[in-house]
Design a protein around this ligand. Structure first.
Ligand SMILES: Nc1ncnc2c1ncn2[C@@H]1O[C@H](COP(=O)(O)OP(=O)(O)OP(=O)(O)O)[C@@H](O)[C@H]1O
Ligand SMILES: [Mg+2]
Length: 272
């Protein structure tokens, strides 16, 4: 039997230098990708790049912010030379804010409910007009804060309702070990891709990493890569680290020192 022709997949650039090469050129159009990680690992900065790249390419861009105000997102982007305020003024971008509740703003969310958020996003898409669109939901996990067992159902609902609207979506999710242990994976199964950010303190300094854990229809990089966030420029990928994702907890040197100290105190022979 002849092989079927290799499908041509349109991929959207993220705008993060060094990232697109890890995913065969970009994120496939129409995908919903989960961006997960602990606080301060770079999920929002990554999302801001993705949104700005959309502006540069003439896409419609919608950014839902639940943890930070619209102002805060605009300021963070401006630190990296990205003018979200102008994009909003020119009608190319809408930032939906979940923190301004009750202040009568057209693009604020009255309640943290998935259906209401999705309706607002669709309204925003209609306003921005036809064409390829990028959506950032930062964060999705805000919608299941007090009901983590609903994570998978809510993610599925959002994906299903947004399917027809030509979005390529980043769905940010704070990573909570307790959530995955107690309720199973939520957004991770529903998403077409998982980009996981990590952090570690090594030699007294914070270092950040990224790992592509899943990207359907994509021969993606399997290694942990170091990430840098620079003032004035934003995020970039520095390159693969020699470290394995599962053992970046304590460096060998530190473990040896602990073992030595323990032996000195307690005379243990097999402390390691
Ligand atoms: N102008 C800047 N220059 C250098 N680093 C910056 C700058 N702005 C932000 N950062 C870095 O980015 C970090 C914030 O990253 P980001 O907001 O993307 O985290 P996050 O993963 O979204 O966290 P959370 O889950 O709390 O929202 C800051 O803690 C800081 O280290
Ligand atoms: Mg954030």
């Amino acid at each position: 039997m002849p092989r079927p022709p290799r499908p041509v997949i349109e991929r959207l650039k993220t705008g993060v230098p060094g990232f697109d090469e890890l995913v065969a050129g970009g994120i496939p159009r129409g995908f919903m990708v989960a961006v997960v990680g602990e606080p301060g690992t770079g999920k929002t900065v990554f999302s801001i790049h993705f949104a700005w790249q959309g502006i540069l390419e003439g896409d419609r861009v919608i950014y839902v912010t639940t943890e930070e105000s619209r102002d805060s997102i605009i300021k963070q982007a401006a630190m990296f030379g990205m003018d979200f305020a102008l994009a909003v003024d020119e009608g190319r971008m809408i930032i939906i804010d979940a923190l301004m509740r009750g202040r009568g703003d057209e693009w604020s969310l009255e309640e943290l409910a998935v259906e209401a958020m999705v309706q607002k996003v669709i309204e925003a898409k209609k306003r921005l007009g036809y064409g390829r669109a990028r959506l950032v939901i930062d964060s999705m996990s805000a919608f299941w804060l007090d009901k983590p067992a609903m994570a998978r159902k809510y993610s599925y609902t959002a994906k299903r309702l947004l399917y027809r609207w030509d979005f390529t979506t980043l769905a940010v999710s704070q990573y909570a070990i307790s959530t995955s242990q107690a309720f199973g994976w939520g957004i991770e199964h529903v998403a077409d891709g998982i980009v996981r950010f990590k952090r570690v303190i090594r030699d007294g300094r914070l270092r950040r990493f990224v790992l592509i854990e899943k990207m359907r229809q994509t021969p993606h990089d399997l290694r942990l890569h170091e990430v840098e966030i620079r003032d004035g420029e934003g995020m970039r990928i520095l390159g693969p680290t020699g470290e394995r994702a599962e053992d970046y907890a304590l460096p060998e040197r530190v473990k040896r020192r602990i073992a030595r100290t323990a032996r000195e105190y307690w005379g243990e022979e097999d402390w390691e």
